[in-house]
Design a protein around this ligand. Structure first.
Ligand SMILES: Cc1cc2nc3c(=O)[nH]c(=O)nc-3n(C[C@H](O)[C@H](O)[C@H](O)COP(=O)(O)OP(=O)(O)OC[C@H]3O[C@@H](n4cnc5c(N)ncnc54)[C@H](O)[C@@H]3O)c2cc1C
Length: 248
């Protein structure tokens, strides 16, 4: 079915670091969606409509946020990076995708694993009540290369402070040594036991649900590690432990 486009207007551009940014788009008319779903974002060109899927980094509303990284040699993201306040941007009118809390397993604790802009769906979820009503503990693990790639830090740290100990934030930085968190990769942090030590929670099939989002290499590696711990992919007709969203 053809995508119905809504003409959005950029009302805010937050630059976290060169090439890493959040666009807030005024686009009333997007149909209600669940946190974790994605919309198509794009621009019309002379010969085609250029668009890609982006997780919405905010709950449903008239203004929606998209957390984006410019991909070198990418077709769309260098164009999005050049956009500014007042510019027009096309947003699909209906969100899709099953990477939502409705499709995540029940557990005491939920581990939200992200690389890079894979953080976006979790920002939306943490701003909404559902995750807080569904899980006692929440561990947000953000894997990046450099400390400068750690976006949304002020908002997340403020949520940690107001969460009464329920939200843990674990930055995992591979090429710099972070002030807090883990220096290395998410996979090493899990395998070595360091992640559970930092979060002060077990990552186990008995008490944990896992959502993971972003770079497909990280996702494949983490899936293998979780499988070895007796955890399984959660499916519609088969209760498991983790759900996955691949960005490419
Ligand atoms: C469900 C879904 C949700 C997504 N949500 C987001 C989001 O919230 N934020 C976001 O920035 N991207 C997101 N993406 C990725 C996005 O759709 C585009 O693929 C990305 O922005 C590159 O577009 P492009 O036209 O610039 O690159 P293209 O010209 O399409 O080149 C794509 C190639 O660049 C590489 N690539 C794609 N994304 C990245 C990346 N993040 N880092 C490094 N290499 C990459 C891959 O090798 C891919 O084959 C999502 C993808 C999916 C499937």
């Amino acid at each position: 079915m053809a995508i119905q486009w809504i003409n959005g207007h950029i009302v805010r551009k937050q630059i976290w670091y060169e090439g890493l940014f959040t666009l807030t788009v005024d686009c009333p008319g997007v149909a209600p969606f669940e946190c974790g779903q994605f919309l198509q974002v794009g621009v019309p060109l002379a010969d085609k409509h250029l668009h890609r899927p982006y997780s919405v980094a905010s709950p449903h509303g008239d203004q929606l946020e998209f957390f984006i990284v410019r991909v070198a040699d990418g077709e769309l993201t260098p164009r999005l990076w050049e956009m500014n306040l007042g510019d027009t941007i096309d947003i699909s009118s209906k969100a899709t995708g099953g990477f939502t809390l409705e499709h995540a397993p029940a557990a005491d604790a939920i581990w939200l694993l992200a690389t890079g802009t894979g953080l976006a769906p979790y920002i939306a979820m943490l701003r909404d009540s559902r995750i807080w009503n569904s899980y006692r503990d929440i561990v947000l693990v953000h894997g990046v290369r450099h400390v400068t790639d750690l976006a949304y830090t002020d908002e997340l740290e403020s949520l940690v402070r107001s969460s009464d100990g329920r939200l843990r934030l674990v930055p995992v930085v591979s090429r710099d040594r972070p002030e807090h968190g883990f220096h290395g990769r998410i996979t090493t942090a899990i395998e070595s036991g360091a992640l559970e030590e930092i979060a002060d929670l077990p990552l186990s099939p008995h008490s944990s649900a896992v959502m993971m989002c972003g770079n497909p290499l990280m996702l494949d590696d983490v899936e293998a590690i979780l499988n070895a711990r007796g955890m399984r992919k959660h499916k519609r007709n088969e209760v498991g432990h983790y759900v996955v969203e691949r960005y490419w």
